[in-house]
Ligand binder design. Structure first.
Ligand code: PAF
Length: 269
């Protein structure tokens, strides 16, 4: 894997003949099998694959975990090497956000509610950094995990509204054997919290079953979560974004915030 850290080096490393395609996976590092599934999907349908690792300060609020967010560059680069990634772009914050930086991308509608309400400014930071990274990397296809369902729809909306010449691929959530969705923040969980976290996918599964027979998905999921005192639900809601009906939840296990979702209905694209 060729490692580049400046915008100039990234552009040079990713320059290619027009007929070859580039798949791009933006990440914040602390890579796990969920990220590797995105790399695999990108590898399957592109000539070149690029991955970025950047813990984007602009998407963390003052109460968020920017300082303690897990970072392990050596391990991440080894995983990318093993996965056959062509280019790893590890930008530095000072170059992406130089003094005087003043342009932000606000995606209306889909950014509101759920994660948008719980983390004000989060999606503005995500959309802005993604647009910047897309402009630098110049991919034909970009790969996002469905675990961040609202993020997928924010990026999908931005690509559509700003006429970006690239396609978005949403890749299925990767789960451990007990159903818990893989996430970089799972590393924070104690043994007991990790055990309690199983109630989250269980609740979403119950919500999905309830919806299928005409009952209230969110109410069914809340009931399951209510029986696990070690989890504190932040929200459990049904949302419709770009034709997809999703049951999404955020909970706290100790000080760790976990999100997950299940698709209830989806229009064919
Ligand atoms: O999902 C993430 O890891 C981040 O939100 C992303 C897309 C890399 C933007 O910083």
């Amino acid at each position: 894997v060729k490692v580049v850290r400046t915008i100039g080096d990234a552009r040079a490393a990713l320059a290619r003949p027009t007929e070859s395609t580039l798949g791009y996976v933006p990440t914040m590092g602390a890579l796990h099998r969920g990220h590797l599934a995105l790399v695999e999907a990108a590898t399957a349908e592109n000539d070149l694959v690029a991955v970025s690792i950047f813990v984007n300060p602009a998407q963390f609020g003052p109460e968020d975990d920017l300082e303690r967010y897990p970072r392990d560059e050596t391990r991440d680069l080894r995983l990318l090497e093993e996965a056959g990634v062509d280019v790893a772009f590890l930008p530095v914050a000072d170059e992406l956000y130089p003094a005087g930086f003043a342009t932000w991308v606000d995606v209306g509608g889909v950014s509101e509610g759920l994660e948008g309400a719980a983390r004000p400014g989060h999606f503005r930071g995500v959309a802005t950094v993604c647009l910047k990274l897309f402009n630098i990397v110049g991919p034909d296809r970009v790969y996002f995990g469905r675990k961040d369902a609202q993020q997928v729809e924010v990026i999908r909306t931005m690509i559509r509204d700003l006429d970006l010449p690239l396609e978005l691929r949403a890749v299925e959530t990767v789960r451990d054997a007990d159903g818990v969705a893989l996430g970089s923040r799972n590393a924070y969980l104690s043994g007991e919290e990790r055990e309690a976290a199983r109630a989250l996918p269980r609740a979403l599964g119950e919500g999905s079953r309830a919806h299928a027979v005409g009952f209230d998905a969110a109410a069914a999921a809340r009931e399951v979560l209510g029986a696990e005192p070690r989890l504190r639900p932040e929200y459990v809601e049904v949302a419709r974004w770009n034709g997809t009906l999703v049951l999404a939840a955020a909970v706290r296990a100790g000080s760790t915030r976990l999100i997950d979702n299940v698709i209830l209905e989806e229009e064919p694209r």
